[in-house]
Design a protein. Structure first.
Length: 340
C-alpha cells in the first residue's frame, strides 16, 4: 500500500506539471481526487489492512492528498494569471472611454396617474383615507345598500375567503367605515385610493386593479356640487379645454346616479375611432349618496346630504396615454415602461 501511494504521488506530480490550462487542471482533479479518482480508490482499499497499518497508511495518504491539493491550487492561480496576461496582450483597453452607469428606475405609469389624481383632489380640500383589502361582506355590500339577495352583486363577481369575508370589489366600503368613525361630524370630504379585486380578465379588465373613491357629506350638498367637482378634476387631469357630461345610471349606494363622460381629446368632441364617433369617453361613475346609506352610517338624511364617485385608475391612465389594452400595465415590459 505504501508503494502504491508513493508511485501515485510521483505520477500525479508528473501529470500536474503537464497541465497548462484550467481544463487540464480540472481533469487532473477528477482523475486523482474525484469520487472515482485514483487516490480515492487507494483509500477505499484500506479496509483490508491490519489495525496496526491503518493509521500509518492513513496518515501517509492524507499527507499526499494535502500536498496535491496545495500544488493544484498553486498551479491554478498561475494558469489564471497567465491567461489574464495573454488576454491583455491580445486586447487593447481604452481607459478614456466613459463607463457604463447604472440604469435609473422610474415610476410606473399607474403610480404617476394615481399620484396626479391624489394631487388634484387634495388641492380641492379632500383628505386621503386608506382601508383594508380583505373586507367584511357587511362593509363591501350591505352597508352600501346591497343586501345578500340584491342582483347588483352579480356585477361584481368576487373572491370570497369565507362566506362573510372577501377581497374587496371596490373602495366604496370606506364610505361606511369613515361615516361610522366620524358620525355625526360634518363635513366629510375624502378620497380613498387602493387595490380592488374581481373575477374578470380581458383587454379592458383585470382581476386586480386600482380605484379611487370620493365621498363628500355636509349640509346643503347638491348635484351641482358633484358636477362642478368632477369638471374641475377632468380639466386638471386631461386638459383645460375638456368638458364632461353626466348620463343617468344606477348604483345601489347613490340616488340619483350618473355615469360621467369626458370629451374626446383626439377629435375635440367631433367624433373619431377613439371615441367610437360619439365625441365622449366614459371615465367614472357617481351620484348623490343614497339616504339609506346615510342612515346606516349614522347620519340623518333630512339634515345632511352628500355625493360619491368612483374611478378606475387604469381607465384614467388608458385614456390619458391613449392605450387600448390594460394588461400592458402588468406585463413589466421595460420597453413599454420606458415611455413614461
Amino acid at each position: 500500500m505504501r508503494e502504491k501511494l508513493m508511485i501515485l504521488q510521483k505520477q500525479a506530480g508528473q501529470d500536474l506539471s503537464q497541465c497548462s490550462t484550467l481544463e487540464d487542471l480540472n481533469e487532473f482533479r477528477i482523475k486523482y481526487m474525484g469520487k472515482k479518482g485514483e487516490l480515492t480508490q487507494v483509500l477505499r482499499g484500506m479496509g483490508g489492512l491490519s489495525p496496526e497499518e491503518r493509521p500509518v497508511i492513513g496518515q501517509q495518504a492524507n499527507e499526499i492528498r494535502d500536498s496535491l491539493e496545495k500544488k493544484l491550487e498553486e498551479a491554478t492561480e498561475k494558469v489564471k494569471i497567465r491567461e489574464i496576461e495573454q488576454r491583455l496582450a491580445r486586447e487593447s483597453i481604452d481607459v478614456t472611454l466613459p463607463g457604463i452607469g447604472p440604469e435609473l428606475g422610474r415610476q410606473h405609469p399607474l403610480h404617476l396617474v394615481l399620484g396626479r389624481i391624489e394631487e388634484i383632489f387634495v388641492g380641492m380640500g379632500f383628505a386621503v383615507e386608506e382601508g383594508p383589502e380583505i373586507e367584511h361582506d357587511y362593509y363591501n355590500f350591505e352597508a352600501l345598500n346591497i343586501p345578500k339577495d340584491h342582483p347588483a352583486r352579480d356585477m361584481q363577481d368576487s373572491f370570497y375567503i369565507t362566506p362573510e369575508v372577501l377581497l374587496r370589489t371596490h373602495t366604496s366600503p370606506m364610505q361606511a367605515r369613515v361615516m361610522e368613525k366620524t358620525r355625526p361630524r360634518v363635513p366629510v370630504k375624502i378620497i380613498v385610493p387602493g387595490k380592488v379585486y374581481r373575477r374578470d380578465d380581458d383587454a379592458t379588465h383585470s382581476p386586480m386593479f386600482h380605484q379611487v373613491e370620493g365621498l363628500v357629506i355636509a349640509e346643503g350638498i347638491r348635484f351641482s356640487d358633484l358636477k362642478g367637482t368632477l369638471l374641475q378634476f377632468a380639466r386638471q387631469m386631461f386638459g383645460p379645454e375638456r368638458e364632461i357630461r353626466l348620463r343617468p345610471s344606477f348604483f345601489p349606494f347613490t340616488e340619483p346616479s350618473a355615469e360621467v363622460d369626458v370629451s374626446c381629446g383626439v377629435c375635440g368632441g367631433i367624433g373619431c375611432r377613439t371615441c367610437k364617433h360619439t365625441g365622449w369617453l366614459e371615465i367614472l361613475g357617481s351620484g348623490m349618496v343614497h339616504p339609506r346609506v346615510l342612515e346606516m352610517g349614522g347620519y340623518d338624511p333630512e339634515k345632511v346630504s352628500g355625493f360619491a364617485f368612483g374611478m378606475g385608475v387604469e381607465r384614467i391612465a388608458m385614456l390619458k396615454y391613449d392605450l387600448d389594452d390594460m394588461r400592458m400595465f402588468f406585463e413589466n415590459d421595460i420597453r413599454f415602461l420606458r415611455q413614461f
